[in-house]
Design a protein around this ligand. Sequence first.
Ligand code: FE
Length: 189
Amino acid sequence: MESKGKNIITLISEIIERRGHESYLGEGLSMREHMLQTAFLAENEGGSDEEIAVALLHDIGHYTDEFPEDSLEKGQNNFHEDCGANILSGFFPETVVEAVRHHVEAKRYLCAVESGYFACLSAASVNSLNVQGGPMSEDEVGKFEKYACKKLSVKVRKWDDAAKVVGMSTPPFSHYVPVLERVLITREK
Ligand code: FE
């Protein structure tokens, strides 16, 4: 299992190396810069290994077409948060997988419950919010608050929102490989 887990880190690393230059959803920076900035913000605030891992990998679902066919089959729709969670499932703990799955919901949640949050969103993020369903309804808020991953997904969401600084320098992906290795599931499957 351990070597299988290391394989997924290598695969993710290669994808980010090869395709990380692609634009981050209408923002002024690349996917690689955004992913590394999110991880860097988590690290700078003393985030745990799991928090840094979610921060680094939350948008990996944008590269679903890079993963083996069985991963694609596990991805049930085109929502990048679900695709990302399905890719990571089986390699990373449930908390990490579910926090990735709910990072878009966390934005919808924060828009509903935290005054001033919406005003901090970038224009591109406001645009995607509308596609993603807008702020949560009261019922959705109640449901979301019961999720075990709520705290982690909300925390990472704020790093995600802040990680859009053009020209910020960060450590490379390789700096975070030991973090990912510590978070990987090592038990026998
Ligand atoms: Fe993001």
